[in-house]
Design a protein around this ligand. Sequence first.
Ligand code: NAI
Ligand code: MG
Length: 505
Amino acid sequence: MTTTATAPQLNPKAAEFLAKKVHKLLIGADWKDAASGKTFKTTNPATGEVLGVVAEGDKADVDAAVKAARAAYEGAWSKVSPSERGKLLNRLADLVEKNAEELAQLETLDNGKIIGEAMKGDLPLCADLLRYYAGWTTKISGETTPVSVPYYPGAKFLHYTVREPLGVVGAIIPWNFPLLMAVERLAPVLACGNALVLKPAEQTPLSALRLGELCLEAGIPAGVVNVVPGFGATAGAALAAHMDVDKISFTGSTDTGREVVKASAGNLKKVSLELGGKSPNIVFEDADLDAAARGMFMGIFYNQGQTCSAGSRVFVHESKFEAMVGALAERAKKIRQGPGLDPQSKMGPLVSEVQMNRVLGYVESGKKEGAKVLAGGERASGPLANGWFVQPTVFTEVKDSMRIAQEEIFGPVVAVMPFKDEAEVLARANGTPYGLVAGVWTKDIKKAFRMAQGLKAGVVWLNCYQFVDAAAPWGGTKQSGYGREKGPDAVHAYTQVKSVWVDLN
Ligand code: NAI
Ligand code: MG
């Protein structure tokens, strides 16, 4: 079931994948229908057309997937050496690269993102994450520790630690970077020797299923990676509550994050949460203003603003405010919106009708609360009316207390506000329940580092914005969540320490 509008440009393998009548669940070695027999549809947000029919996993399928993961973890996977695990991850990286165009097209069709971002951003990052963690497999070591034991004079011990896998990890991921989020979990989870049950978002299940095929092709033993698409309230909730899952890694909304934490209480599984944000992007009067302008633009409009790290609150020093906000609005008005597969498009649709309406609701609330629309402010019309396109929108005359300045919008909508001095902007930047990322633009090195110290955020970008890397830890403070993905931190997040004592007396 391909979309007519984009079919001619499709990579033959993407077309072949999309032609499947039903996209089945990956459980162990098998591709299965849901136990209930139910299916759901995933759509192309650029056109509203059905893109594929997907088996709808729920509790029974999650149970089966966890069983398969447990069996693989205790069995075949436990016999694979660290170096072999590394080879498998490298082989998967090769396959991701070999199939990059197909994967990028599936991503664009299912999610809406423009093909250039998928090809140049998501796909290379996926391959890099796999290779980065492939390298880690042989370097996950413990320590030997000199212990004294003051209550046992003359004691002689050898003490050492080992980092062991957790067991079965459940990953519940969102729709904004479907493949990248899947790989960001899979790579460290497998590198550390765990087995994975992946629950992709119901809006964007396709690339994760294709990734499941590539895992088997790479030779990763059956059951190590299981992919169970389904809805949050059923499949997601079942995974979060499952008594035989050792950890949940969740990315999504703060409210759902709270549900995951509650559901984890049954077996006290470990949880890491990467949640929402309302991130400040702060431009001082002494900044390189051209660079800052690009950073403001990318910060909010990349991926249609559907990034947890969106720079959705831009603070510009009052002396440069009018010029900077005017330039941003002019640039926003010129963005060419269209289907992601069209190489001319510079911005795609939002992921779903629900998301579009949520974003438009925020735009209306901004207007009602008295903010001024400098660009956009409407659903896109004309030839784009069938898709879920929202015009890139720039608001000024925004008060810190307005909903558009406090709540995550998750769309191409930015609030631009002036400020007078450093202390004031720092307090305002920190003045939301979130604390994911922050950007600062200044040539004053002391001010830059003072801001980096003062900002309550898990990631701070100085004179840059929206940079991520396999090696750089990622995650938030406050209600943006806890735990870190990527970098060495993820190796810690997917292992636990065992402390071993040997009496040498
Ligand atoms: P969501 O947080 O409900 O969905 C994310 C994932 O959680 C999906 O796989 C979903 O199926 C699953 N899920 C939903 N309810 C669940 C439950 N009770 N137990 C276990 N898993 C569950 O996000 P949604 O509804 O798609 O988007 C709502 C808002 O969330 C967005 O407008 C945005 O503000 C935020 N969001 C933030 C993301 C981020 O990167 N931090 C990504 C996606 C959404
Ligand atoms: Mg879709």
